[in-house]
Design a protein around this ligand. Structure first.
Ligand code: ADP
Ligand code: MG
Length: 697
């Protein structure tokens, strides 16, 4: 149970004075729905409203607060609304004239607030012309200095929320902040020169300098460390608990795996051999396997997964392979069936599309143990699915399958051995923070027959020209050449994704006639398959797609990847997409088309794509370039990033937290000591309830 003193922080934001349903909805989108979420939403900047008391302090273009006496109102002629309302005043603290300019105004409001002859304090951006100050729409109008903050936190915002409003809410929460027991090691705090938690939060929300909003500030470092410690402690707890649980022990395969490897039309890479052994050893040991397999696109993870599944089957259990999309599940099902065709292994496919009687039969057979390997989408882990005895579960291309889901699965399928696979190269820091509870295997070698992909960056304006060139090349080339044409990702709007793809499809039809097809996320499964199959079978030369093809699809004859408005994708996404080509023996090419607004960061990102194909390098660069600030990029990566910690500059703190978490659990595995109790509090603060319930009694 969460300690009672924390409850106040987990109240809804609507409990705050002045926050209604509409604001709460916006806040939820911005940072979360509880008070604690507001506290963890830190300012990204500080506005210094210098109190100007001498003419020499005026700096053109900067913010300032000035005491004035209103001398005149110049209201525009009613007929000409486009002319601004001007109010003239004299500065009280030094000899100068000030002009306040309003374009959107209520005349009544202005004459009440800035009555002629009255004294007022105004704050805003100052433009200085000779001896005259101009201020366009003051940010604040008050009756004395105290009505205007000298330092103002500037928060990352969303439309409808202002920094002023946020600051007000945060202040209310800070005023009733509970005093919590100290969970950090006191000598460590002293050594780092960090404040206690409460002080840290208060000063993080009241910055006065740029340094105060940078990750170098002691308050921010402290808060970041807390978050990282909670993360690492929770993962270490999960890891410790799961390791102690007995897993289904699966003896080394003597028949099925050797036969599979023998039947393969290619030789395994060294990396595949090594990883297959790591997994086989883990499965044959007594503990539960909890493993992450990282391997770049095309590194050959499917075969590795299949060996694990077969080891389960040979030991008399079942295996399941879950893919993120329908298309992928089907493709896996087909390639696995092909690889197993000479073996006594019964496979089945289960997605949302297997319905009625078929579904019933699959479920019954599964429960009776008449199916050995099930392949499907997330449907394979729903409650209606009962396994006879599940020995190995493989989750493909799903780095979003978080620790909560992993634990839920292990709880449902007692003793199951879990293998998570991802083609998203994950920087070391992120691997530690997202998968610290797992063992990691890495496929760091590509099959030998792969050729480098030629990557080029060009303007979207060249799209038509490019399409015509591609068609000419297809007409003259003897070898088969197929093209993926990916249309832009539009944030949070599948509809506009679709519109863009459809438009491109129409225009490409004029060039490629009936040799071009379209797939998108809103198509029905069967329609999607039909188009995909035509592409796979070579009946289509060009496949226009929204990002539904992002992961896993395998068409070795596809050698051209065109990505429109590539600057809108994260690097990881681009890398994934590019990995769709270069899978056969033919030379492949990737064309990144950029729209008109290319920021320097976007240009740098595209250049990285041109320079390297190494997924890990790309991932590290991606993290470096996007820093902590690029919310869209973060969302696209699907990985959990932190709210208080910024790994691009506080990576060191992560390693400290990892060590500390280990040390803590070594000496106090149940978190029973006084500090242990405080640490429980920390875990609840960061919503690690799951880890506590699972790992502590
Ligand atoms: P990914 O790691 O992206 O899931 P896949 O398992 O889909 O990669 O493999 C990509 C392609 O490479 C498949 O067609 C597969 O049959 C083939 N492949 C896998 N391993 C090897 C290998 N060692 N040599 C040659 N081809 C391989
Ligand atoms: Mg794959």
């Amino acid at each position: 149970m969460r300690p009672a003193q924390l409850n106040i922080l987990f109240q809804q934001t609507t409990s705050l004075a002045g926050v209604g349903g509409k604001t709460a909805a916006l806040l939820k989108k911005l940072c979360g729905s509880c008070l604690i979420d507001l506290l963890f939403h830190l300012p990204s900047n500080v506005a210094y409203r210098k109190r100007i008391t001498a003419f020499s302090q005026l700096i053109n273009g900067s913010l300032g607060t000035i005491r004035i006496r209103v001398t005149a109102h110049n209201a525009p002629n009613k007929k000409r609304r486009a002319t601004p309302y001007r109010i003239i005043g004299e500065c009280l603290d030094f000899p100068a004239e000030i002009e306040l300019i309003f374009f959107n105004y209520h005349a009544d409001y202005l004459s009440a607030r800035l009555t002629e002859g009255a004294v007022a304090v105004v704050s805003g951006k100052m433009e200085i012309y000779g001896g005259r100050i101009k201020m366009l729409h003051p940010d604040y109008i008050a009756s004395d200095w105290r009505g205007i903050p000298e330092y103002e936190p500037i928060y990352p915002l969303t439309a409808g929320i202002t920094s002023k409003g946020l600051a007000k809410s945060v202040r209310i929460i800070l005023d009733s902040l509970p005093t919590l027991p100290e969970w950090a090691d006191q000598p460590f705090l002293a050594k780092m020169g960090w404040p206690d938690w409460k002080t840290a939060l208060c000063s993080a929300h009241a910055p006065k300098t740029q340094n105060d909003v940078s990750c170098l500030s002691p308050a921010r470092a402290r808060l970041a460390y807390d978050e990282l410690l909670a993360n690492q402690l929770a993962l270490a707890l999960v890891r410790m608990t799961q390791r102690k649980k007995a897993g289904k022990q699966l003896p080394m395969s003597q028949k099925l795996v050797p036969q599979l490897l023998n039947d393969l039309p290619f030789n395994l890479t060294h990396a595949q051999q090594r990883v297959i052994k790591e997994i086989a050893d883990d499965l044959s040991a007594s503990g539960q396997m909890m493993r992450l397999l990282q391997g770049d696109v095309g590194s050959g993870k499917t075969v590795v997964a299949l060996t694990a599944l077969l080891q389960a089957v040979e030991a008399g259990h079942q295996g399941v392979l879950m893919a993120p999309t329908d298309i992928l599940a089907r493709q896996h099902y087909e390639s696995v069936s092909k690889l197993l065709k000479n073996m006594p292994v019964r496979t089945a496919l289960l997605t949302a599309r297997e319905k009625g009687k078929t579904r019933k039969e699959i479920l019954n057979a599964l429960a009776a143990g008449d199916i050995d390997i099930l392949i499907g989408t997330h449907a394979v882990f729903t409650d209606e699915v009962k396994y006879h005895s599940l020995g190995v579960a493989v989750v493909d291309e799903q780095h979003k399958f978080g620790v909560q889901q992993r634990l839920a699965l292990c709880r449902k399928e007692n003793g199951v051995n879990l293998l998570i696979m991802t083609a998203t190269p994950i920087p070391r820091t992120l691997a530690l923070t997202n998968f610290g509870d797992l063992d990691i295997s890495i496929l760091d070698e590509k099959p030998a027959n792969r050729q480098p992909i030629d990557t080029r960056v060009l303007s979207l304006k060249k799209a038509e020209e490019l399409a015509i060139k591609l068609r000419e090349k297809m007409a003259t080339d003897t070898s088969k050449m197929q093209v993926y044409w990916v249309c832009p990702l539009v944030e949070e709007s599948q509809k506009s994704d679709l519109a863009a793809a459809q438009k491109r499809y129409e225009s490409l039809k004029k060039i490629f006639a009936d040799r071009v097809g379209l797939v998108h996320g809103q198509m029905k499964g069967a329609e999607k398959d039909a188009v995909m199959n035509r592409f796979i079978n070579g009946d289509l030369d060009v496949l226009v797609a929204t990002t539904v093809i992002e992961v896993g699809v395998d068409v070795p004859t596809a050698t051209v990847m065109v990505i429109e408005q590539a600057e809108r994708f994260g690097l990881a996404g681009l890398h994934q997409l590019r990995g769709r080509v270069g899978r056969g023996g033919e030379k492949s090419i990737c064309l990144l088309l950029y729209g008109d607004s290319l920021t320097p960061t976007a240009r740098a990102r595209l250049n990285i794509m041109r320079e390297t194909e190494n997924g890990f390098t790309i991932a590290e660069e991606d993290l470096r370039l996007r820093g902590g600030g690029d919310i869209l990029g973060v969302r696209q990566s699907g990985l959990m990033l932190f709210r208080l910690a910024d790994l691009s500059c506080q990576g060191d703190l992560l390693y400290t937290a990892t060590q500390d978490a280990k040390m803590i659990l070594n000496t106090d595995p149940q978190l029973k000591s006084a500090r242990g109790q405080a640490l429980r509090c920390l875990l609840y603060l960061f919503r690690k309830d799951e880890a506590i319930i699972n790992g502590l009694n």
